[in-house]
Design a protein around this ligand. Structure first.
Ligand SMILES: Cc1cc2nc3c(=O)[nH]c(=O)nc-3n(C[C@H](O)[C@H](O)[C@H](O)COP(=O)(O)OP(=O)(O)OC[C@H]3O[C@@H](n4cnc5c(N)ncnc54)[C@H](O)[C@@H]3O)c2cc1C
Length: 443
């Protein structure tokens, strides 16, 4: 599998992975040939995931700028077509309580507004007619051990007090009776506005909205070489040369090795793995009391997440291998299956029909960054939580490109920080996984 820390290109015109989402499209989309020729554009966007498409859509609709978008493989071939489809109010990995402590209440409120706006934009784009299998509203954060309930209750209280956010506290019995009998869950808090959807259908819906605005995505067109010009940038792809006044990097966790000094060594791509089970029978659903289609995540340092899909399959996710090479090993999917069975012992005979992985993009300070350096613009580092925030980031990035002032928040005021000893990022990740395992199981 492509590994951004080792390979200098994510490939050229590769098909979607064999995921549940790609299968849900029915016929596989036709693979188009890449771009050929010489081009001049005001704005070139590299990467057609949610970030690249949102930036393009906002440039076209709100700033009257028609960008060119190139994508190495297929539209949303990266994370945007592989994720779990949880729409949550989030901006990276940092907890609201930590933001309040670090920057004070006003800044934390500002960031919260950005997260809300991300969800609002996704909802309004869906309302333009994107059929992406939106499920019932609700996000359940479960305590994976009894001692985690105090922290969850504190979080619910804070959100309630500061934002009148209606967060419900559920004890183990209420959770088991009203939502699902997860034996690894010792209670939970429930937000009434998160939800699940089909992430690839969402992405292809964005592509159609873009087409209506006159913006095409050139798939099968990897950016391979970069040169700074006196009046802009030049990008070479296998069969095209593109000159652009402004360049947008929207490659996130899939950014190849040595891609551009502006982002090199400033992120850590981490594999997240998903399995999707066979459809559960009525008996299996009953034995687990699996009533809910709410999206669920736990309190572990190394989180597990799951949801019941519209056809009664369970999507279950968590950390994957450390390297792209390791991603092919079925050990990681089987490990998820065994955790799923611990949570729901009645599913002891269940198998999975689909397994795949994708690279999430970690930043050193646990928050995303939307920034400009030397007329190169980027939005990256959603830390595994970017389905809605990437759309807000795209909106802010488009404003930056168009020269519009954006809010003064830590997300936008400075760029991604360089990792100290970047060559050791994977060793650091391995150490963190060991720490997480001990913390989650024994502390
Ligand atoms: C398994 C998994 C589960 C997840 N679940 C959730 C979830 O439930 N909720 C949530 O909020 N977030 C989730 N995420 C994270 C979320 O999917 C991402 O934050 C989001 O999709 C990022 O979108 P993006 O457009 O920035 O990047 P991507 O979608 O990764 O797009 C980057 C694109 O750039 C292209 N590219 C790279 N290099 C080049 C090049 N040289 N030339 C041209 N193109 C290039 C790639 O091919 C890729 O298509 C999950 C991620 C994974 C992997």
């Amino acid at each position: 599998m492509y590994d951004p820390l080792h390979h200098t290109s994510p490939g050229e015109n590769l098909a979607y992975p064999d995921s549940y989402w790609a299968d849900s499209l029915g016929l596989k989309p036709k693979i188009q040939p890449g771009l050929e020729g010489e081009f001049d554009t005001d704005v070139l966007i590299i990467g057609a995931g949610y970030t690249g498409m949102s930036t393009a859509l906002h440039l076209a609709r709100e700033h009257n700028i028609e960008p060119m978008v190139i994508e190495a493989n297929q539209t949303a071939w990266g994370c945007s077509g592989r994720n779990a489809g949880f729409i949550l109010k989030s901006t990276g990995r940092m907890a609201w309580t930590a933001m309040q402590k670090k920057w004070g209440e006003e800044v934390m409120r500002g960031i919260y507004q950005e997260a809300c706006s991300g969800v609002d934009i996704v909802n309004s784009l869906i309302a333009e007619g994107i059929d992406c299998q939106v499920q019932d509203k609700g996000y359940i954060k479960v305590a994976h051990k009894p001692s985690m309930m105090a922290g969850l209750e504190q979080q619910a209280k804070l959100l309630n007090q500061l934002f009148s956010y209606d967060v419900e506290v559920l004890n183990r019995q209420a959770l088991h009776q009203q939502y699902m009998r997860d034996e690894n869950a010792y209670g939970a808090i429930r937000f009434n506005d998160g939800f699940g959807l089909n992430p690839l259908k969402l992405a292809l819906g964005y592509e159609q909205l873009l087409a209506k605005s006159g913006v095409n995505i050139y798939t099968g067109t990897p950016a391979l070489a970069y040169q700074r010009l006196p009046d802009g940038h030049q990008i070479k792809t296998p069969n095209a040369t593109i000159k652009a006044k402004k360049l947008v990097i929207a490659t996130n966790g899939y950014t190849p090795k040595g891609f551009n000094p502006v982002v090199n060594n400033r992120f850590l791509p981490v594999l997240s793995q998903i399995i999707v089970t066979q459809p559960l029978t009525e008996d299996q659903l009953k034995s687990c009391n699996f009533l809910t289609s709410n999206v669920v995540m736990d309190t572990r340092a190394l989180k597990y997440y799951y949801r019941k899909l519209p056809d009664n399959r369970i999507l279950f996710g968590g950390r994957g291998a450390i390297t792209g090479k390791g991603a092919e090993n079925p050990y990681y999917a089987n490990r998820l299956l065994s955790v799923l069975k611990q949570s729901f012992p009645a599913l002891d005979n269940i198998c999975y029909d689909y397994a795949w992985a994708g690279w999430i993009c970690m930043s050193l300070d646990d928050i995303p960054h939307v920034y400009e350096d030397d007329e190169i613009f980027y939005a990256m580092g959603y830390c595994g939580s970017g389905v809605s925030f990437s759309v807000q980031a795209g909106k802010r990035l488009a404003e930056r490109v168009a020269g519009v002032k954006i809010p003064e928040l830590p997300l936008y005021q400075h760029g991604l920080k360089k990792f100290p000893l970047p060559a050791l990022r994977r060793s650091g990740q391995w150490l963190y996984f060991q720490y997480g395992r001990i913390r989650d199981n024994y502390l």
